[in-house]
Design a binder for this molecule. Structure first.
Ligand code: ZN
Length: 322
């Protein structure tokens, strides 16, 4: 399954480059020319901070992407969520803009032109929000999969955010941008490693690795959530008494992985570790009633994790007027 995705990614990259490249033009042109659906942003206050969920678009998510769940249980979970198991649902890719205290940061960066015309909308959304690429001071990566780091490079391979530092877990950086794992990777997975390596090279000494469970930037701490990738990380943002925990791909399916935390994805580097992490994470944020945000949950993907029987439920928060 993962092979299918990576093969498709490679195939669509060339054809999509032209369509996606228009999002890399001048900000004014992007804002005027982009279709309405290209700008989907949801701002929310967290203490003094503003966190804005930004949609990069969507991809299709066939049931074959799930692992470690019997087909009958998968079909039942999808059906209970009013999703036809025979029709792959559209799953979003969300990045997060964080503003406050004189800083402008991004958590993850979208896909740029790597996944075709249904994605790559982060640059248009940033332009619409009045954020120029030069304004972004730091990009924090939950992990180094291409749907999270793709937006770091412009079409010419230069940094898309020329003034930004890039913060990434040290273990993930060594795995994806190093040579050892890449050499052993199946041919179809090599583009993932190549893009991570090219991104690290383009940003050079502005790539700043961090360890597990420590301060990344003032008010932002890393939360180790390994399994989806070796160094997959959540970010806890605190301001006054308020906080939000951005959890990346710890759970990517609202319909399936809360009721079945054991269900993994074909792209998990270690599905068993990912499942153990997911169960531990759900228990923690359900107990602490922590506000959380995910990359692939239905936009804007902000809410809470509730308990439901022996498992959990995604509780999307209602629209926050501001
Ligand atoms: Zn992802």
């Amino acid at each position: 399954m993962s092979i299918e995705l990576s093969r498709r990614s490679v195939l669509v990259a060339g054809a999509a480059a032209l369509a996606a490249s228009r999002f890399l033009g001048a900000p004014a042109a992007r804002a005027q020319d982009a279709p309405t659906a290209a700008v989907l942003a949801y701002p929310r206050k967290v203490g003094e901070l503003e966190i804005v969920a930004i949609s990069d678009g969507y991809f299709e998510f066939p049931p074959a992407f799930f692992v470690n769940i019997p087909k009958e249980e998968l079909d039942a979970a999808l059906t209970a969520a009013f999703i036809d198991p025979a029709v792959p649902p559209r799953v979003g890719v969300t990045a997060h803009l964080v503003r406050g205290g004189g800083r402008t940061l991004l958590i993850d960066s979208g896909t740029a032109d790597l996944f075709g015309p249904t994605l790559g909308r982060v640059p248009a959304a940033l332009a619409a929000l009045g954020v120029a690429p030069e304004d972004v001071e730091a990009v924090l990566l939950t992990h180094m999969h291409i749907d999270h780091l793709g937006g770091l490079l412009a079409a010419d391979g230069a940094p898309a955010f020329p003034n930004a530092t890039v913060h990434v877990n040290e273990t993930d950086l060594a795995f994806w941008a190093g040579d050892e794992a890449a050499a052993k990777a199946p041919e179809n997975f090599k583009p993932f490693f190549a893009r991570a390596k090219a991104t690290a090279a383009a940003y050079g000494d502005r790539v700043i690795p961090f360890g597990a469970d420590g301060e990344v930037l003032p008010g932002i701490t890393s939360v180790a959530l390994p399994g989806h990738t070796v160094g997959h990380t959540g970010f806890r943002l605190a301001s006054g008494d308020a906080e939000i925990l951005v959890f990346g791909d710890t759970a990517s399916s609202a319909a399936v992985q809360f009721s079945h935390p054991e269900a993994g994805l074909a792209f998990d580097t270690d599905p068993a570790q990912a499942a153990a992490t997911r169960a531990r994470f759900f228990d923690m944020v359900a107990t602490d009633r922590t506000l959380v945000a995910g990359t692939h949950l239905p936009f804007p993907g902000i809410g809470h994790v509730g308990r439901s029987g022996d498992a959990y439920a995604w509780v999307a928060e209602s629209w926050q007027y501001m």
